[in-house]
Design a binder for this molecule. Structure first.
Ligand SMILES: [Zn+2]
Length: 380
């Protein structure tokens, strides 16, 4: 066994506090390459998605789970994948990921992906899933269903408290950037902004006004529901310059006294900025999901840079897997290795005891997420 495969300080199961559902249908090569990263798949100039650190990590670490040699070529991998069928591939990857708790964002392409319960059913028996509701999608759906604008925020709050969701998520980053107002938006301002919203020809709404988006975020906080915020790296819809988490400083200052967890997702390439915010604001938690599987064999560096400043009690694991089971596997495997590698180095240099490394590793692997979201401990 490769010594890197042993991760004694992150040996238990993981909580994945931000992921999406699986695509449970046969995928041809262009579909699969399109789901591999934040680009749009094979490009005239980019070439194959497999020629990336993620692509080589799939061939290295996922191929053996399909009964193939490590580093097997792409065509052989895809043939074997198709022969086994998507359910069997998903089952093998999710069981091997060691994730026992999934927090699933159901707001992105819900018609394309499976439900939170179906994700958990693919993993080990006893694995659990919880839903995370997207604020913008929830509000848009209510508007399209005829909710009057004057009642929208109350209706969103009601939906949050009545649902079984364990958190709400905002995609402010995709809609208006992260410079949300430093105080709770006043009702008259929210009403003016809502009245300016118009549906498209199909009757659907798209909320992109910062006043409305901030009001939605406050609705989650008022409901006492942990608030996830997309930060940093994402697909080409995003204007990354506006997604540095430091833009959130006034919003975080304004929400600090509520003491409801605010969880900054992804954060790359601003993970050091996010780590700073987690240190100075008690209610802020962070992860480096999505960056871990995309940076593949170099992901330990991202994890190490994040750990420079983040309190151990504020870092969480997430895969941000969407569609492909390979992404749950790689997110968890590479995160375990990276975190374990940093802790093991500190133990080797006598900067940390092995007992402390085990305790801190367990906090990051799942304890912090269970605390932040008030989750039960999964029992096998
Ligand atoms: Zn996501």
């Amino acid at each position: 066994m490769n010594p890197d495969d042993e991760t004694p300080y992150v040996a238990g199961t993981l909580v994945d506090h931000h992921c999406h559902g699986l695509v449970l249908r046969d995928l041809d090569r262009p579909d699969l390459e399109g789901l591999m990263n934040e680009g749009s798949g094979v490009g005239r100039w980019t070439g194959s998605s497999f020629d990336s650190l993620l692509g080589v990590a799939i061939r290295r670490h996922c191929a053996p789970l399909l009964g193939l040699e490590p580093h097997t070529d792409v065509d052989t991998y895809l043939l074997r994948r198709r022969a086994l069928g998507h359910d069997e591939v998903a089952r093998r990857m999710l069981v091997a990921s060691g994730i026992d708790t999934f927090l699933v964002d159901t707001g992105l392409l819900p018609g394309e992906i499976c439900t939170p319960a179906e994700v958990a059913a693919m993993a080990d028996p006893g694995a659990r899933s919880y839903e995370v509701l997207r604020l913008e999608t929830t509000a848009q759906d209510l508007l399209a269903a005829g909710t009057p604008v004057g009642e929208l925020m109350t209706a969103v709050g009601q939906r949050l408290t009545e649902s079984e969701a364990v958190a709400a998520k905002s995609i402010a980053a995709y809609r208006c950037g992260l410079d949300l107002p430093g105080e709770r938006p006043g009702e008259p301002d929210v009403l003016v902004a809502l009245n300016a919203l118009r549906p498209d020809d199909s009757g659907a709404y798209r909320i992109a006004d910062p006043t409305v988006i901030a009001a939605l975020a406050w609705t989650a906080i008022d409901a006492g529901l942990p608030l996830q915020l997309h930060v940093g790296y994402g697909d080409s819809d995003i204007d990354l310059l506006r997604c540095d988490p430091l833009h959130l400083t006034p919003f975080l200052r304004a929400t600090a006294s509520q003491s409801v967890p605010v969880l900054l997702l992804h954060n790359y390439p601003f993970h050091r900025h996010a780590a700073y915010l987690a240190q100075v604001f008690d209610h802020v938690f962070i992860d480096v999901g999505l960056a871990v599987h995309n940076t593949g064999a170099l992901s330990r560096r991202v994890i190490e840079e994040t750990l420079e400043l983040v309190p151990f009690g504020k870092l969480l694991h997430s895969s941000d897997a969407f569609g492909l089971p390979e992404l749950y596997l790689l997110g968890s495997l590479l995160f375990r290795r990276g975190l374990n590698g940093v802790l093991a180095d500190l133990v080797r240099r006598d900067e940390l005891t092995a007992a402390d490394a085990t305790r801190l590793g367990a906090m990051v692997a799942g304890g912090n997420a269970r605390r932040a979201y008030g989750l039960e401990v999964t029992r096998r």
